[in-house]
Design a protein around this ligand. Sequence first.
Ligand code: IPM
Ligand code: MG
Length: 356
Amino acid sequence: MKIAVLPGDGIGPEVTREAVRVLGALALPGMTLFEGDVGGIAYKRHGHPLPLETLTMAREADAVLFGAVGDPDCDALDRHLRPEQAILGLRKELGLFANLRPAKVFVGLEHLSPLRPEVAATMDLLIVRELTGDVYFGEKGVRAALDGSREGWDLMSYSETEVRRIAQVAFRAARGKDCRVCSVDKANVLETGQVWRDTVKDAAGSHPDIELSHMYVDNAAMQIISHPGQFGVILTGNLFGDILSDLASAAVGSIGLLASASMGDRPTRESVGQGLFGLYEPIHGSAPDIAGMGKANPMATILSAAMMLRHSFGLEAEAARIEGAVERALADGIRGGDLGGAHGTEAIGAAVLERL
Ligand code: IPM
Ligand code: MG
């Protein structure tokens, strides 16, 4: 199992270190880790946020464990040199079009959610976010507006092919979520949304067991907070998925708890298990305000490593062991500052390790 570890910027290295410790404790035979530079740190060291060396390392790996990118020092750089381009570039170059973001309130931890406990308890959804299209990857630029002022523009588009591909992922994932899929778009205003909706409806034709519904994104934002229990899988585009997944994480209690998997359709080498090549990352960013202070909650990254074992290596039992250890640590009162607690990054990692 070749794993490329890309810690990146800000709190990325701290949280990744803890996830690597947890993986190490499992002592899985044949696991090899390689570390590469990505994001602002890569720009500073190599002049590019996604150096060829790092991209090659990721390509040759069976899975990528990713920390975070984003560095205020780099905000004034040309867009193509900014740290964020590294993760966008990896997603695009590696064909990782499907982003899975589970958002579940842990049993017994309903009080961590800002929602009323009885509402929070019903939240157990999976956001399936399209990851290589939409306004993120459309043409963009700055031009002069009619009045001479600067005007930024970004092209939003989705082809039927892109929509059908991600819809199939959502339908398959829904088998573990009561077969409920809610497709989220903005078809009342955007042509992109209309094509999205028509295509998802059509694709559902070959999945009679799936209970498909559609929702506009503004309403979905409201419903996730007011009635989270109605959702199994939320299928949506790149931009809406970005926003709704942060929203869902706040409803769980903290963005420091949410893991994610980004998958394509390349199978992992047969010798390392049954799964797909994937990139695994916490959904939070680099949090430069607390970087290097040992305050960040590594749980989202640790849970991302669990997703890696499950989805890329078929190691379900080991993945569940990690998730169980995180859940028990939380139940035992181990909390980072994000959850109003005083445990630091290393202490949280150690607490998870103990419970492994
Ligand atoms: C995420 C992040 C990224 C995104 C940024 C860092 C480019 O917010 O993974 O949700 O917008 O996709
Ligand atoms: Mg985001």
